[in-house]
Design a protein around this ligand. Sequence first.
Ligand code: ATP
Ligand code: MG
Ligand code: MG
Length: 406
Amino acid sequence: PCSSHEASPISENNENKHAHGVSEKIVGVLGGGQLGRMLCQAASQMAIKVMILDPSKNCSASSLSYGHMVDSFDDSATVEEFAKRCGVLTVEIEHVDVETLEKLEKQGVDCQPKASTIRIIQDKYMQKVHFSHHGIPLPEFMEIGDIEGARRAGELFGYPLMIKSKRLAYDGRGNAVANNQDELSSAVMALGGFSRGLYVEKWAPFVKELAVIVARGKDGSMVCYPVVETIHRDNICHIVKAPADVPWKINKLATDVAQKAVGSLEGAGVFAVELFLTEDSQILLNEVAPRPHNSGHQTIECCYTSQFEQHLRAVVGLPLGDPSMRTPASIMYNILGEDDGEAGFKLAHQLIARAMCTPGASIHWYDKPEMRKQRKMGHITLVGRSMGVLEQRLHSILSEQSHQVD
Ligand code: ATP
Ligand code: MG
Ligand code: MG
């Protein structure tokens, strides 16, 4: 099934052959959530055509895409069919059918980043093994297969102990914390048991979470965005501050670790590197996303080249753009569902109404068909002269909300 504005195969479409966009390549994106939507927005500015593959007819990216194939990005036949319509394949989610991407690559289909990268990243344990082999600093970790193994890990790493699902994790939905040995089995149960594939990480006593977006072009050139601070609420990214308020040395170390991590992966695109800054000024890698990321939403307003434009440039083989900031400071605030259904919409609209009257604020609404508690529904970006001013502005936007910043 395809939506009404779905394009015909490239070979049959004369218009496509004679198109003179910034790139003639149709970019196929696996996934059509808010990241896909913002890729479509960046693409429209350069007249690049983005096709999306997503099972939801009303997904965020659908109405802004050049074409929407309404089907699963985790099904082999579908991904193959989709690939025929695109000049390059990329992802906005890593939980895709990677075997098919590997097969397509062998047949000469251009996948960016490479299927090998998606394979490593979609399994968080495999990702940790990969980065440790490349000498990237990480919290200690080990695989667990039964409750005995979990106990041994607890003895080795101490408590609290972070237990994680290897696969299909996002927004903290594959994480459970055991505060002592007695909590191990309930934490494992909460993650669906050992059969899902679990591993543990030593608790990282971080003072800040940082993130660095690294872009790599098809020619291998790399650029790094300024280091940002991310603040999570219930394991979900909630606030991003750009630039991060850290000493010069930490800034350099975070950028170096991020660049080295991305250097160990193959393919073009933007990569987000999530990091922990510990009390003793160490930088530890948490995880990498092989795509645009929540920690880079503010780049739309605060950098010369947004992460979305950068990703498109990278995957179609254009020169990379300038990642530096064009405003002194920026704060991104995620609009998370406060409640299900209408009640949630009402609260979000009140927040947006206050942001509308705030200088330097831009509102992004993802147009998701359903409002759910904790769901990412949109975001607000503030830009301005100094972080202090922006913090005050965000505070007044949130002042009538049930929760407060920090
Ligand atoms: P995302 O939505 O970023 O993909 P995810 O579901 O993959 O999230 P993680 O990034 O593994 O989850 O963890 C979510 C958050 O949990 C982290 O940002 C951090 O705040 C906390 N966390 C993760 N691992 C650890 C750890 N080893 N020690 C302490 N806190 C941790
Ligand atoms: Mg993750
Ligand atoms: Mg994460």
